[in-house]
Design a protein around this ligand. Structure first.
Ligand SMILES: Nc1ncnc2c1ncn2[C@@H]1O[C@H](COP(=O)(O)OP(=O)(O)OP(=O)(O)O)[C@@H](O)[C@H]1O
Ligand SMILES: O=P(O)(O)OC[C@H]1O[C@H](OP(=O)(O)OP(=O)(O)O)[C@H](O)[C@@H]1O
Length: 211
């Protein structure tokens, strides 16, 4: 019997969209639509098992081989330096990583820059290249509040439509990197399940090219 392919999907908007593509190319799992609290679903007929995990944990499951493949934002791969194969840019979940600060403000290079972020490694690497001395203030959400309340000078965060910045009197100052969702694979799985993973990847590629 063929081995199941274990797929880690990010809970939320991105995962729903990605699952839609898997369904379209023949890897659906009907019971997945029946509940939104269950976390593991499988379909023996087409040999897939899905895990719904926190978006920032997808690469951890794939790196450790609990999931053979997964869908994850490039932001997470960069932040976690995940040791996985990046097989395909899915062209969804598009946004950018940017530095933002108060409207009309600018960076004061004479003192240590206080940077609030959910992405400390990306921020550190960005400012290391600029030889700027910084202090990281690590937060886990609502990052935009930090500069407004004077806790940080800038934020390094995801910007999609720009609405959150705008509504909080902030503006983007510098773009760091473009982000989109990636189809990733565990390195050992890619070797041992090469044929079915490559087939899945090719079908996904066809489907996203059409859409
Ligand atoms: N406006 C956006 N905000 C956040 N992420 C976005 C946005 N647009 C696209 N993305 C992409 O979608 C992915 C999942 O984002 P989502 O907002 O669903 O999770 P999250 O709340 O950031 O995750 P977690 O709960 O693990 O912190 C991100 O990693 C990013 O690549
Ligand atoms: O440019 P926009 O379209 O406004 O999107 C950007 C916002 O979306 C993300 O937050 P998220 O919704 O993930 O909430 P969080 O503050 O809990 O991270 C990100 O951290 C920004 O705050």
């Amino acid at each position: 019997m063929q081995k199941m392919i274990n797929i880690a999907l990010p809970k939320g908007r991105l995962g729903e969209k990605a699952y839609g593509v898997f369904e379209e190319i023949g890897y659906g799992c009907p019971s997945i639509r029946e509940t939104n609290r269950k976390l593991i679903f499988e379909n023996e007929e087409n040999g897939v098992r899905y895990f719904w995990v926190k978006p920032s944990d997808v690469a951890v499951y794939v790196e450790r081989g609990v999931a053979d493949v997964g869908v994850v934002g490039k932001d997470i791969l960069l932040e976690q330096s995940s040791d996985v194969y990046e097989l395909l840019d899915l062209g969804m979940g598009k946004c950018r990583m940017a530095v933002a600060g108060k409207k009309g403000g600018r960076i004061d290079t004479d003192r240590t820059l206080r940077v609030a972020t959910k992405f400390p490694n990306i921020a550190r690497e960005y400012y290391r290249k600029q030889s700027l001395e910084i202090e990281i203030i690590e937060l886990h959400g609502s990052i935009e509040i930090a500069p407004i309340l004077g806790m940080s000078d800038v934020i390094v965060d995801i910007v999609e439509t720009g609405t959150t910045l705008l509504e909080n009197d902030l503006e983007p100052w510098e773009d760091i990197v473009s982000i989109s969702a990636r189809f990733i694979a565990n390195k050992a799985s890619y070797k041992f399940l090469n044929e079915p993973i490559r087939q899945m990847c090719e079908k996904m590629n066809e489907a996203i090219k059409k859409s």
